[in-house]
Every structure is written in C-alpha cells, then in structure tokens.
Design a protein around this ligand. Structure first.
Ligand code: NAD
Ligand code: DAU
Length: 359
C-alpha cells in the first residue's frame, strides 16, 4: 500500500485530488494531508472523507522544519504531492513576501525533509520514492495573442510575485534533481476550474456575483486569454505522472481550451440563465448588464497556452472534460453548495473584496 503525503490538500486542487484518489484507489492507498489552513484551506472540502481509516489530517505549516520532519519520521512516505502554496496573483501583487515564504522556503523545507528521509548512506535514494511538485504555466511568462505555446523547453520568464515564487520553487526542485538525483517530477498546469474553488478566482467569483446580481469585474479590455482545464483532469494527470512519469522530467498539463476572459464571463451568464429555473428569483438578476470593465491587473499576462504534447505521447494523458460540460458541472456544484459559498465569503472575504474591488 502506497502512502501519499499531500501538502495543501484542504485547498481547491488538493481537495479535488484527494477525492479523485480515494474514488479511484479506495482503501488501497493511504493519504496524509498536511495543511496549515490559510484563508484558502477549508476542511469542509474534505468532510466526506475525514473519517476514513486510510486518511490523516495534520495541521502544520510547510515552513515548519520540525513538524514536517516528524511526519517523515513517523510514516514511511512513498510519494509527496506538493500543492501547498499561496496561489492568487492579485494577492501576490499586494503582499509578495508571504509568497516567497510559503512557495520558496516552504518548498525548500519539503525537499530537504524528503531528501533526509529517502536518501541512503551511499547518496542514492530508496527505490520507488517520488516528489511531485505541482506548478503552473505562469512560470513561462506571457504569450502574444494567437501565437505560440508553452513547451517544457520554453525559458522561464515569470512576471508576478506569484509566478516568480513558483518559478523559484521549480528551480529548487530542478536543482535537487540535478545535484542529488533526487527522485522528482514537476508538472506545470494551466488554469483550473471546478468544485471547491475559492471565489477570489475568476470563475467562482463571477458565478457568485452573478447569482446575487452584483457587478462582474472584468480587468482591462477582457481579452486576456487563459487555457482552462477541469480540475479532475488535472488530478488525473498528477496521478498518471506519479505512476508513469519518467524521473527528473517536467510535464506540461493543459486542455487546449483557450478563452478570453470576456468569453468566460459571457458563457457563465448564458449557462446560468439556461440552468436556473424560471421560478427562481435569481434568474432575473443574472444579466450581461452586470459586466463592468475595471482597472487592469498590474503586469497582467496577456495569454497562456499549454502544449500538452509530451504528457499525451509519453504517458497517455488527455483531458476528458469539454469546457461546455465542465462549466455546467461547476455551476451545478455551486448551486448545490450555497452554504459552502456563504461560509467562505463571510468574514475576511468581504474585507478582501472591498479592498480589491470598488464595483
Ligand atoms: P489554493 O490557494 O486553493 O490552496 C492552497 C492550499 O495550501 C490551502 O489549503 C492552504 O491552506 C495551503 N497552504 C498555504 N500555505 C501553506 C503553508 N505554509 N503550509 C501548509 N499549507 C499551506 O490553491 P490551488 O488553486 O488549489 O493551487 C494548488 C497548487 O497548484 C499551487 O501550488 C498552485 O501554484 C498550483 N496551480 C494552481 C492552478 C490553478 O488554476 N488554481 C493551476 C496550476 C497550478
Ligand atoms: O495559469 C495557472 C494559474 O491560474 C495558477 O497558477 C494560479 O494559481 C491561478 O490563480 C490562476 O491564475 P490567473 O491569474 O490566471 O487566475 P484568476 O482566476 O485570478 O484570473 C483569470 C483571468 O481573469 C486573469 O486574466 C485575470 C482575470 N480576472 C480575474 C479576476 C479575479 C478578471 O478579469 N476579473 C477578476 O475579478
């Protein structure tokens, strides 16, 4: 039975990954989830699995060397799946230091602790161990409109404090692989959407605002392009890279699903109108008049687009969820989890929203 140490498993992608893994492997795996529970971490995301015998939650900071080393000392960890990070670009523009702390120093602690636990006396590593570092396409910088893709060989050119901190963490992982032959893979994925995403990010923010008849803030001219992937497809890619990925390799993950932000907002409005019952009072609130162009994000990357050729040809991964289906699944999930949304948007979220948006 393999033991997975998942960091940041109470966040958006981490919790979807844990659900995916238990759905797929049931009692044949063990998962230890270490998360410090920042504003983005929410144990509600894992309510249905918290009582499983093969699941353990540890509340700890990945920057806390002692706490992380203890987890390795007390458990024979086979795989680390490292999600824990500060993940929101807008927050990184306001408070960059915490991104360096968690994303860079936290990754260093994770790498050192895994290395100490897995390294043998002769400097080689125990058989079958792997560190999967979950990273982003933003490390590659920005593409011109309609031209080119990010490949694994594309030089790093991060622009925001968030992407710079993720690029630094990737470089650390690469340095451990090159220097120590540390058993690792890096995945660089495009924008995810789906259940449990915190409503600071575009898609859940637009769904939540639209359902309340609140303004829908679109940065700049709304023509920045992102390459959207349904989160379960990302979880599947990570699982496949863990089991089939060649050590020391990087794999780009993306859905060839490029859309301008304004297209996304329009699709959400149209899908909400289609899915809401005529008798539902929210239906009248959801209109395109809510779209409001606001000041652009500082240093806003114009376009991201992943070439997922390597993961497809080497590992056989392909995205399964078409955007038109994934967005319906996502909206349905938010319809069915109104309390989840109320809980995460009460308290600190209002303060954040009022500081970020004037509309
Ligand atoms: P998220 O913000 O929803 O979740 C982050 C989780 O990490 C939270 O549970 C939080 O409590 C935890 N965390 C933060 N600091 C921590 C610390 N110091 N110690 C322990 N836990 C800590 O993020 P997400 O969107 O789920 O992203 C997860 C990972 O995937 C990140 O590394 C991100 O860079 C990467 N990624 C995200 C996307 C995307 O579209 N969201 C795309 C590609 C890659
Ligand atoms: O590409 C992968 C990255 O995708 C991940 O590494 C990040 O963790 C994740 O947050 C995401 O980054 P983005 O900045 O692309 O995602 P966000 O949802 O914040 O914004 C998507 C696009 O929508 C971006 O061009 C900015 C724009 N936007 C965003 C918000 C929150 C708006 O126009 N209005 C908004 O209110």
């Amino acid at each position: 039975m393999k033991t997975y140490l998942v960091t940041g498993g109470a966040g958006f992608i981490g919790s979807n990954f844990i659900h995916y893994m238990f759905d797929k492997y049931g009692n044949d795996i063990r998962i230890i989830n270490v998360d410090v529970l920042t504003y983005a971490g929410n144990l509600e995301n894992l309510k249905d699995i918290e009582k499983r015998d093969n699941y353990t939650f540890v509340k700890a900071d990945i920057c806390d060397k002692e706490a992380i080393s203890r987890i390795f000392a007390e458990n024979d960890i086979d795989y680390v799946v490292h999600f824990a990070a500060e993940s929101h670009v807008d927050r990184s523009i306001k408070t960059p230091e915490v991104f360096v702390q968690t994303n860079v120093l936290g990754t260093a602690v994770m790498l050192n602790s895994a290395k100490a636990a897995w390294e043998k006396e002769d400097g080689t590593f125990k058989e079958g161990k792997k560190f999967l570092h979950v990273s982003t396409d933003e490390v590659y910088g920005s593409l011109p409109e309609g031209d080119g893709y990010f490949y694994e060989t594309t030089p790093y050119a991060p622009h925001s404090p968030y992407s710079a901190s993720k690029a630094s963490s990737d470089m650390l992982v690469k340095a451990y692989m090159d220097t120590y032959k540390f058993p690792a893979n890096i995945t660089n994925c495009s924008n995810n959407y789906g259940p449990y995403q915190f409503p600071e990010k575009l898609i859940p923010l637009i769904i939540n605002n639209a359902l309340q008849g609140k303004k829908l803030p679109v940065y700049g001219d709304g023509k920045n392009v992102r390459d959207w992937l349904y989160v379960a497809d990302h979880a599947k890619a990570i699982d496949m890279v863990i089991t089939r990925g060649r050590l020391f390799e990087t794999y780009n993950v993306g859905g060839h699903n490029e859309k301008q932000n304004i297209e996304i907002v329009n699709i959400i409005i149209e899908t909400l109108q289609e899915m809401l019952d005529d008798s539902d009072p929210r239906k009248a609130l959801v209109t395109k008049d809510l779209i409001t162009y606001v000041e652009d994000r500082k240093g806003h990357d114009r376009r991201y687009a992943i070439a997922p050729d390597k993961i497809r040809s080497e590992i056989g991964w392909e995205p399964e969820t078409m955007f038109k289906d994934g967005i319906k699944l996502t909206i349905k999930w938010y319809f069915e989890h109104e309390d989840w949304m109320k809980n995460v948007t009460s308290g600190d979220y209002q303060k954040y929203y009022n500081e970020m948006y004037t509309v």
